[in-house]
Design a binder for this molecule. Structure first.
Ligand SMILES: *[C@@H]1O[C@H](CO)[C@@H](O)[C@H](O)[C@H]1NC(C)=O
Ligand SMILES: *[C@@H]1O[C@H](CO)[C@@H](O)[C@H](O)[C@H]1NC(C)=O
Ligand SMILES: *[C@@H]1O[C@H](CO)[C@@H](O)[C@H](O)[C@H]1NC(C)=O
Length: 405
């Protein structure tokens, strides 16, 4: 009797062990699968690139029936590699072309671009060199570092030095607060982050910057969980929800507001685009220990000047996007900056935000902001590979501390 009981127990233990071992092996295999599929996609990318080159080359070859057949076959192969795609192969690029211009946008967006040129809402009167000035990547980095003053409004800047503002601005400088972060991630809000499964890779950074109302809840697998710093526009801070939503209670906050072209702080203060100052003060009273900075209004225009200098044509006379401002901010605070889905990956979509439902090509190609030229700049400075852009949507830029000028 006792003997039988022990036997039964022993059988149970063996069974449990076996089950456990099976699960372990299966999990490992799955991991291996994921890794293999990433490697395969990298290989496919290289193969499709060399195929595309072949196709381009063969288009220039003298037209013999043979080479036409080759071209057709090549196109079919390429289509198979890329999966179903409605874009015409002739106009499609696997990754962002760093020489993009208004020639690459659709007629509707071109009209919007012309409309903003005429409107000149911010009284832009650019007198610098260009357009079309050529830089090396090194000299461009130095130019950005030396000409774009990334600093926050502080308590000595009139009128923030008056009694009305006493105690509201953070006392500590943002640079001493962050010391110098190592590897940083800038996570765009692009729709193409959806189903990217980049969450663990993004969370692996020392600091993570997000924009405006971008959430992590319900999207952790694609965008990660941490928020170290959040860059917001003044429209959002002025809004009703800003004081109530706990989304904003994590990390360092930074707000920016567009001024008239190269306006100084006193002039901007009298005429901000969105008067967010009262809400700023209310938030500070509610959360006095959370660092919350106001970007100096000159910074976006200092950056805009460089975008205009390099661009092949006149650019929208509107401030750069929050995305571009966040990239430059992190280049001043970090050793290295990985930027996710600012240059679109193979998941490129017209879906504007990964957490939204709105579709518009303008969200990738730009209408109000000079997005096209911002993306050209990031592509030009990218230290990573085209495969990383295509597969991960990742561009890697060096922090300003790590460049020699
Ligand atoms: C823009 O410039 C025009 C003409 O120079 C001037 O009348 C106008 O007040 C300026 N607008 C702003 C917002 O400064
Ligand atoms: C940048 O800002 C700091 C602090 O406001 C100022 O001292 C410095 O002169 C500025 N540099 C440039 C190039 O504008
Ligand atoms: C604030 O700054 C302005 C300009 O620098 C200066 O004239 C003024 O005296 C300062 N006010 C106070 C209260 O320190």
């Amino acid at each position: 009797m006792v003997h039988r009981k022990v036997k039964k127990k022993f059988r149970c233990i063996v069974l449990v062990c076996l089950l456990f071992a099976t699960i372990c092996v299966w999990k490992d295999m799955k991991k291996g699968d994921e890794y293999d599929s990433l490697q395969l996609r990298r290989k496919e990318f290289q193969a499709s690139k060399s195929l595309q080159k072949k196709i381009v080359d063969s288009n220039f070859r003298s037209v013999s029936s043979n080479s036409i057949q080759d071209t057709l076959r090549g196109k079919q192969d390429l289509r198979r590699l890329r999966g179903p795609s409605k874009t015409k192969l002739e106009n499609s690029h696997l990754v962002w072309n760093r020489d993009s211009s208004s020639k690459n946008i659709n007629p509707k967006l071109k009209n919007v671009w012309k409309y903003y040129l005429k409107l000149n809402k911010y009284n832009v009167s650019y007198k610098g060199p260009g357009p079309g000035v050529k830089f090396s990547a090194e000299s461009l980095s130095c130019h950005l570092r030396d000409r774009v003053n990334v600093s926050m409004v502080d308590a000595s800047d009139f009128p923030f030095n008056t009694s009305e503002w006493k105690g509201f601005l953070p006392k500590e400088n943002i640079r001493t607060m962050t010391r110098l972060w190592g590897q940083c991630a800038v996570v765009s809000s692009a729709g193409s982050l959806k189903s990217s499964q980049l969450g663990p890779e993004i969370d692996d950074h020392d600091a993570i910057l997000r924009f405006n109302a971008a959430p992590t809840d319900n999207f952790q697998l694609d965008v990660g969980t941490k928020t170290t710093i959040r860059l917001m526009n003044s429209q959002l801070v002025k809004g009703q929800r800003f004081l109530k939503d706990s989304l904003y209670n994590e990390g360092i906050l930074v707000v920016w507001d567009p001024s008239v072209y190269h306006s100084d702080i006193p002039k901007w203060y009298k005429n901000p685009e969105y008067g967010f100052f009262e809400n700023y003060k209310s938030y500070r009273k509610l959360h006095p220990n959370q660092p919350f900075y106001i970007l100096k209004p000159q910074m976006p225009w200092e950056l805009w000047d460089i975008l205009q200098e390099m661009a092949p044509e006149e650019i929208q006379p509107n401030p750069p996007s929050s995305g571009m401002l966040g990239i430059i901010l992190m280049m001043t605070l970090c050793d290295q900056v990985d930027i996710y889905e600012f240059l679109p990956s193979m998941r490129k979509t017209d879906l504007c935000h990964y957490y939204g439902k709105f579709f518009d090509t303008a969200c990738t190609m730009g209408s109000y902001h000079p997005l096209l030229y911002e993306k050209n700049l990031v592509k030009f400075l990218n230290q990573g590979t085209d495969a990383d852009i295509y597969i991960l949507g990742k561009a890697t830029l060096l922090g300003f501390q790590n460049i020699c000028c």
